[in-house]
Design a protein around this ligand. Structure first.
Ligand SMILES: [Zn+2]
Length: 183
């Protein structure tokens, strides 16, 4: 009868003396230790603050330790606005597979641009990469998102040769062709 503390308990277990100290969150209904993995962790925290103030303080202290930055007022507000997505995204970047994706997107009636994402999963500086593409293809190129570069021109096919040539750590097989983006 040991494994219970480590997994999700499925209701009363025979031979176990109750109460076991498993507290469930009223927002996400998970044991409160798991709240931080829930996308709406901020709402969980609000619920905890209202219903289990002592646990709220404990969880909050743990969270601050993990962050290392202590969470200031402004920073905290920003995170709440994004609904906790920032946390999930950061984890994904560390654990997820390294992959670059390229696709073609229409711009205007006849023109296309090329969208490159995923370079930062290889720890590549996007500004440097964008400048490199601009020079290489003699066209506009700019960083347009968290991990996105848009090159002004249809250069998707060339990228499969040029990216591994410039960054040998990126294998041609790690570049995924997403094809044409629909308008
Ligand atoms: Zn929760």
């Amino acid at each position: 009868m040991t494994g219970v503390q480590n997994g999700f308990p499925l209701g009363p277990q025979p031979g176990v003396t109750y109460p076991i100290q498993v507290l469930y969150c009223g927002n996400c209904s998970l044991p409160i230790e798991y709240c931080e993995y829930y996308p709406e962790y901020e709402k969980c925290k609000l619920w905890l603050e209202r219903n289990m103030p002592s646990e709220f303080e404990r969880v909050l202290k743990l969270g601050e330790k993990e962050d290392g930055e202590g969470g200031g007022g402004e920073e905290e507000k920003k995170r709440q606005k994004r609904g906790g997505k920032g946390i999930m995204k950061a984890r994904k970047k560390e654990d997820g597979p390294k992959q670059v994706c390229v696709s073609r997107a229409p711009r205007g009636k006849k023109k296309s641009v090329t969208v490159v994402t995923g370079l930062s999963t290889f720890d590549i500086d996007l500004k440097v990469a964008s400048k490199f593409f601009g020079t290489k293809f003699a066209c506009g190129s700019s960083v347009t998102g968290d991990d996105e570069i848009v090159i002004q021109g249809d250069v998707k096919d060339e990228l499969f040769d040029i990216i591994p040539e410039k960054w040998p750590e990126i294998d041609e097989d790690s570049i995924e062709d997403l094809g044409d983006q629909k308008r």
